[in-house]
Design a binder for this molecule. Structure first.
Ligand code: PGA
Ligand code: ZN
Length: 416
C-alpha cells in the first residue's frame, strides 16, 4: 500500500521554452517520486486536453499555473491521506475526480504528472528500477526497443518547408542501443556535411534536433537520406533503413492532400506512399492519412500491409476506443504510444494491451516539446515496445532518453 502524504506541481519550461509541469508525489513512508510531462505540436484532435492558462500576458497564453494549482490544491486535497494499492487505483481516482471525457477539468497535463510521479514513488518504495515497475504495472516482460532516430524534419516541426514531418533512421541489424547510436551518429554527420556543402550555411535545427534544409520535395528528402547513408559507408536497407512520419493531418484541406505542389485524393495519396516505399528503403509509415480519413487508412492498409508498419499517431491518440475501431476496420497495424495523448498510465497500458492482442507493433514516442526527464526510456523498456521514437541524437532532452536506454542496456543486460 502507498499512502500519499502530499502532491504538488510547479510550472517548468520544456525544450521549446514553453511551460509544462513538474509534479512531486510524497508518500507517508518518506518515498518521493517526481516527473515532468511533455507537450506536442502536431497534436491529434482526439488527444486529452492539455490545460493552458490562456492568459496572453504570460508565455503567450501557454502558462501552466492553473494546471499546477490543480495538482497542488484539488488533487492534493482529494488524494492526500489515502492509501493506493496500485497504479490502477490511483489513476481511476484521478479520472473520476476529473469527471470529463477528455480530462479538460483538471487538465491531462496535471493528471499525467501525478500518475507518473506516483509510479516513481511506488518504484522507490519497492526498491526496483522504474522500467521493472512499469513492466509489473502492465504485466509485460522488459525488453530493449529499437530506436527510430530523427534525421530530417519538415512539417510543423520545421517551419513547413517540406510537408512531411520526419524522416528517421533505424539500424535493423544492430546488436545494441550502443551500436545503433554509433551508426546513426555517422549517418547524421555525413548528412550534415552534405547539406553544409549544398547550402553553405548553418542549417535550421527542427524541434526534435533533426536537420531541416529546404528540400524541394518529399522525394528529395528520401533521396538525400539514402545518399547520406551511403556516404557514411552503409548499405541502405540492409544496414540502415528509413521510417517516415508523414503527419498527413497537417496538410489535408477540403478533402485533399496538399503535397509537393500537388493535390491528391486519398487513393492517390496511398499510391504515392506505396511508390515511396518501393523506391526507398522505408520500413514504417506513420500517419500516412488524415486522422479522420478512415477510408483512406483502410486503403493504405490494403496496399502496404506486410511491407511496412502502418503506424497510427493522430489517428489513434493512444485511445482504446479509436484503437478498437482501427483493429476492426483494418486501418492500421501499429500503435504510436504517447502517454500524454490519453493522460494516465493505466489507460495507456490498456491501449498497449489492445494493440498487442491484435498482433500490432508498438512504438513508444516522445513529443516535440520534451523535458530532461527520462521516464519514457523506462516505459519503452518496461512495456517491451518494439521501437522507441525520441527525436535526433542532439539536444539534451532527447539524449536524456537515449542515455537512460544505454544505462539500462548496461546494467540490466537487456537485449533487443
Ligand atoms: P508532436 O510530434 O509531439 O508534435 O505531436 C511527434 C509526432 O508527430 O510523432
Ligand atoms: Zn506523429
Amino acid at each position: 500500500m502507498s499512502r500519499i502524504k502530499s502532491l504538488s506541481a510547479i510550472e517548468i519550461l520544456d525544450s521549446r521554452g514553453r511551460p509544462t509541469l513538474l509534479a512531486i508525489c510524497r508518500l507517508s513512508d518518506g518515498n518521493v517520486g517526481r516527473a515532468s510531462v511533455p507537450s506536442g505540436a502536431s497534436t491529434g484532435s482526439a488527444e486529452a486536453l492539455e490545460l493552458r492558462d490562456r492568459d496572453p500576458t504570460r508565455h503567450a497564453g501557454l502558462g501552466c499555473l492553473k494546471a499546477a494549482e490543480n495538482v497542488s490544491q484539488d488533487i492534493h486535497r482529494a488524494l492526500a491521506g489515502q492509501d493506493f494499492p496500485s497504479q490502477q487505483a490511483l489513476d481511476r481516482c484521478l479520472i473520476d475526480l476529473d469527471g470529463t471525457d477528455n480530462k479538460s477539468r483538471l487538465g491531462a497535463n496535471a493528471i499525467l504528472s501525478v500518475s507518473l510521479a506516483f509510479a516513481r514513488a511506488q518504484a522507490a518504495q519497492r526498491g526496483v528500477e522504474l522500467y521493472r515497475h512499469f513492466g509489473d504495472i502492465a504485466g509485460t516482460v522488459p525488453r530493449l526497443p529499437k530506436p527510430m532516430i530523427n534525421l530530417y524534419s519538415g512539417g510543423l516541426h520545421a517551419g513547413g518547408q517540406v510537408a512531411i514531418q520526419d524522416v528517421q533512421l533505424v539500424v535493423p541489424g544492430a546488436a545494441s542501443i550502443h551500436e545503433t547510436l554509433a551508426v546513426v551518429s555517422e549517418v547524421f554527420r555525413a548528412a550534415a556535411k552534405r547539406l553544409h556543402e549544398r547550402y553553405g550555411m548553418r542549417l535550421l535545427r527542427a524541434d526534435e534536433g533533426g536537420l531541416a534544409p529546404p528540400f524541394a520535395s518529399s522525394q528529395a528528402m528520401f533521396l538525400e537520406a539514402v545518399r547520406a547513408i551511403e556516404a557514411a559507408g552503409y548499405a541502405p536497407s540492409d544496414d540502415v533503413a528509413l521510417t517516415v512520419d508523414v503527419a498527413a493531418s497537417h496538410f489535408f484541406e477540403d478533402g485533399l492532400y496538399h503535397l509537393d505542389g500537388e493535390q491528391l485524393d486519398s487513393a492517390n495519396m496511398a499510391l504515392r506512399i506505396s511508390e515511396w516505399r518501393r523506391n526507398f528503403p522505408i520500413v514504417s509509415i506513420e500517419d500516412g492519412m488524415h486522422e479522420a480519413d478512415w477510408a483512406g487508412w483502410r486503403g493504405l492498409y490494403a496496399r502496404l500491409r506486410g511491407t511496412a508498419l502502418i503506424l497510427g499517431d493522430d489517428l489513434l491518440c493512444t485511445n482504446p476506443v479509436r484503437i478498437r475501431r482501427a483493429i476492426a476496420e483494418k486501418a492500421a497495424d501499429s500503435l504510436l504510444l504517447k502517454v500524454n495523448q490519453i493522460g494516465t498510465l493505466t489507460e495507456a497500458a490498456e491501449a498497449l494491451e489492445l494493440a498487442r492482442a491484435a498482433g500490432w507493433h508498438i512504438v513508444a514516442s516522445a513529443r516535440s516539446g520534451e523535458t530532461e526527464d527520462d521516464w519514457l526510456a523506462d516505459l519503452a523498456v518496461g512495456w517491451a515496445a518494439d521501437y522507441i521514437k525520441v527525436g535526433s541524437i542532439t539536444q539534451s532532452e532527447r539524449l536524456a532518453k537515449y542515455n537512460r536506454l544505454l544505462e539500462l542496456e548496461h546494467y540490466a543486460r537487456l537485449t533487443f
